[in-house]
Design a protein around this ligand. Structure first.
Ligand code: MG
Length: 456
């Protein structure tokens, strides 16, 4: 997962990109970077950590130019090193190309091999570097054709914001796994992963970059290269379940309202005769509102989040994850003592954090704890950008719902049905990728990846 942002024709391009990244921070906390173009040269600043800690006034002042690209990173492929911080940029002959990528490619091994055979030397383990090499290995003179040919060779998920000389480019893979939208701020065009980034800089939302579309933004305005024919869509349902910010609109509808509807649907499928409904903050909050509303039960805040702690899941090591659970959420004994509670959770991935949280609720005196989850059991790895790497790590791929309930220390556990989840979305059921729930991957996976699905 990652957040990407770009802006063209604005004197404060770097500052606005900084704000855009700030709004997209939830999409990746590992590192961030901004690249601008000034007097035909690229200027860049990158660092590990949070956007607010990496950049300061002087850094932003030095990032001159009226065009900028930014990235916040959550590493899925490629290891955690400073070399892998995006945007990735290259100078080749007289051209500059900058790439900010969200998603995961699945044919990287194949492309990597071909490119190396043709003399490419790789410096990082990022998908974006492969894209850069495809660019340098092309003889096409027309830059729009060049970009289009380059993207045709990629398989998997990509939403891209790129800068080719003085042209800002936005692109989405034909399946449209990851979101990307276009906004306008007076005379400037903006590209962003989510609309919450447009809201912050007061840019007007124009539309999404369509799956398979490439947009070129230059001084002349915006030109769009639409896909030649209708392609099967494959929006990532997990963007709605967990990943995107609730104040964003993605794939054509609002994330908060979708989560609330998931809560209502969950109440219909798996009601609990409880004293109160509560969520595991923050990701469960919005569905809990819908769940309680549907059952006409009080919705309480039974746990308080310490806002000075980062997202726990995002830290790569297990030790830090376990530790952070304890500092992040504190139950309110006075609300929970002796109560029968329905706890709404957006998803259970490994079960580690959930187990610790349930224990905390139990220690605070809750009498009965019934967990309801707004997505079906996660059983299969994602190869398109969500961090569910192996089957072994996904608790639902190895245990039944009853076993999971026992492991987590719950009185009962129920998940929304796949049909119910899809029904809660405004888009047609077929427009979503549901591979993490049912193993039905929308593309044929290369051999190297399919072995992960078979492993126990
Ligand atoms: Mg959560």
């Amino acid at each position: 997962m990652c957040g990407i942002f770009g802006i063209a024709n604005h004197k404060d391009a770097a500052k606005l990109t900084y704000l855009g990244l700030y709004a997209l921070q939830h999409r990746g906390e590992e590192s961030a970077g901004i690249v601008t173009r000034h007097c035909k040269k690229l200027l860049s600043y990158k660092g590990m950590g949070l956007v607010g800690d990496i950049f300061n006034k002087d850094v932003l002042k030095n990032l001159k130019g009226d065009i900028a690209v930014g990235h916040t990173r959550y590493s899925t492929t490629g290891s955690t090193t400073t070399k892998n911080i995006q945007p990735f940029y290259i100078k080749h002959k007289k051209e500059n190309l900058t790439i900010a990528h969200n998603g995961n490619l699945i044919n990287t091994a194949e492309l990597h091999g071909q490119l190396e055979k043709n003399g490419a030397i790789f410096q990082t383990t990022m998908d974006s570097e492969i894209i850069a090499h495809l660019f340098t290995h092309s003889n096409e003179k027309n830059y729009k054709k060049l970009i289009s040919n380059m993207l045709c060779q990629l398989q998997g998920a990509y939403s891209l914001v790129m800068l080719l000389n003085d042209v800002l480019i936005g692109a989405r893979d034909p399946f449209g796994w990851r979101p990307l939208c276009i906004g306008k701020l007076n005379e400037s065009y903006v590209l962003a992963s989510e609309t919450c980034a447009l809201d912050l800089i007061q840019a007007e939302y124009i539309r999404d970059v369509e799956p398979g579309e490439i947009v070129f933004i230059s001084k002349k305005g915006i030109e769009c290269l639409k896909p030649p024919k209708e392609h099967k869509k494959s929006f990532c349902v997990f963007e709605y379940i967990y990943f995107s910010r609730p104040d964003s609109n993605i794939f054509g509808s609002n994330v908060y309202l979708t989560r609330k509807q998931l809560g209502r649907q969950l109440a219909k499928e798996h009601p609990v005769d409880c004293d109160l409904v509560m969520s595991i903050p923050d990701s469960g909050n919005y569905a809990a509102v819908g769940y309680a509303e549907a059952l006409k039960k009080p919705c309480e805040v039974g746990m308080i989040r310490n806002h000075y702690v980062g997202r726990t899941f995002i830290q790569p090591s297990q030790f830090i994850r376990d530790f952070k659970v304890k500092v992040k959420l504190n139950p309110i004994k006075e609300v929970l003592k002796g109560k029968k509670i329905a706890v709404i959770e957006d998803s259970i991935v490994r079960g580690t954090t959930s187990r610790a949280r349930i224990k905390a609720l139990r220690d605070a005196g809750a009498k009965e704890i019934h967990m309801r989850v707004t997505c079906p059991p996660l059983k299969y790895p994602c190869f398109f950008g969500i961090d569910f790497p192996t089957k072994k790590e996904l608790i639902a791929s190895n245990q039944t719902i009853k076993e999971i309930a026992k492991h987590l220390g719950l009185d009962s556990l129920e998940y929304i049905s796949l049909e119910g989840m899809l029904k809660s979305m405004k888009q047609p059921d077929n427009d979503f990728c549901t591979a993490c729930f049912n193993g039905k991957y929308p593309v044929k996976l290369p051999k190297k990846l399919s072995k992960y699905i078979l492993e126990k």
